[in-house]
Design a protein around this ligand. Structure first.
Ligand SMILES: Cc1cc2nc3c(=O)[nH]c(=O)nc-3n(C[C@H](O)[C@H](O)[C@H](O)COP(=O)(O)O)c2cc1C
Length: 228
């Protein structure tokens, strides 16, 4: 049963972005229970703007193949869906972004000079880090920032439920760099916009990439208490 009486906090502290999976298959009935529970996610006006395409086997391989062909074209192969980060990201966000990348490469023992290995690690994204299941989260292009935040709440609900069921995941907005490629492979119409991928499977617990501590900003940087 994916929906247990385990505490939300337990799932929150256990969840991390997993970047190495085993090839153990995922039971679709389990996924169905998880998506059923995730439908309880809140959304402004109860729009439930999230739409997802969930793939395994041959259709998942077809997306990987389509994107690999674009990657081989270099920068000319990009078909970006949106700016993943704001142009000219300033502090404190730039330091956080840089810091998590450095922590990941340090955990893998890849020095800054080793551009080839850093790139190879990044390209692992486009194998879904070996996950047997890929979920692509998309919505109608008419949706705006409030509905995109609704998609985030659904995504986190799914990720916590996956943890509760012994599964792991990695959200992957990197797919948006090849957004049109992915949409074509999924036969999504142009009225849809791709937000992110979510690699789903069982974590390869022994992998170093799944073991490093992921930093968080101290509360003082994000919460302004007033009137307490
Ligand atoms: C919407 C979204 C997209 C993300 N895209 C990627 C991605 O493309 N590749 C990747 O390795 N991690 C990606 N991440 C994972 C973040 O790097 C990660 O959530 C953050 O560093 C905190 O680490 P944690 O999830 O392990 O707690 C994404 C996270 C979110 C929420």
């Amino acid at each position: 049963m994916p929906v247990t009486d385990a505490s939300v906090a337990t799932a929150l502290y256990q969840r991390r972005s997993v970047r190495a999976f085993t090839d153990r298959a995922v039971d679709p009935a389990l996924l169905k229970e998880i998506f059923t529970a995730a439908q309880r996610a809140p959304s402004g006006g109860n729009l439930q703007p999230w739409q997802a395409t969930v793939l395994t086997g041959e259709p998942w391989q077809a997306v990987k193949d389509a994107v690999a062909a674009r990657i081989a074209m270099g920068r000319a192969g990009y078909e970006p869906e949106y700016d993943i980060y704001p142009k000219g990201l300033t502090e404190p966000w730039e330091a956080r972004r840089f810091g998590v990348g450095e922590a990941l490469y340090a955990a893998l023992g890849i020095p800054r000079e080793d551009k080839a290995r850093r790139l190879a690690q990044f390209v692992e994204n486009y194998r879904g880090f070996g996950a047997p299941v890929m979920l692509f989260l998309h919505c109608s292009r008419i949706m705006g920032p409030p509905q995109w935040s609704d998609m985030g709440m659904w995504l986190q609900s799914v990720m916590l439920l996956l943890v509760d069921a012994g599964l792991a995941s990695c959200p992957q907005e990197c797919w948006a760099l090849y957004g049109a490629t992915v949409r074509r492979a999924l036969a999504l119409d142009d009225g849809q916009i791709l937000f992110t991928g979510l690699a789903i499977g069982y974590a390869a617990d022994d992998a170093a990439v799944n073991q490093w501590p992921v930093p968080r900003a101290p509360l003082g940087e994000v919460i302004d208490w007033q009137g307490f």
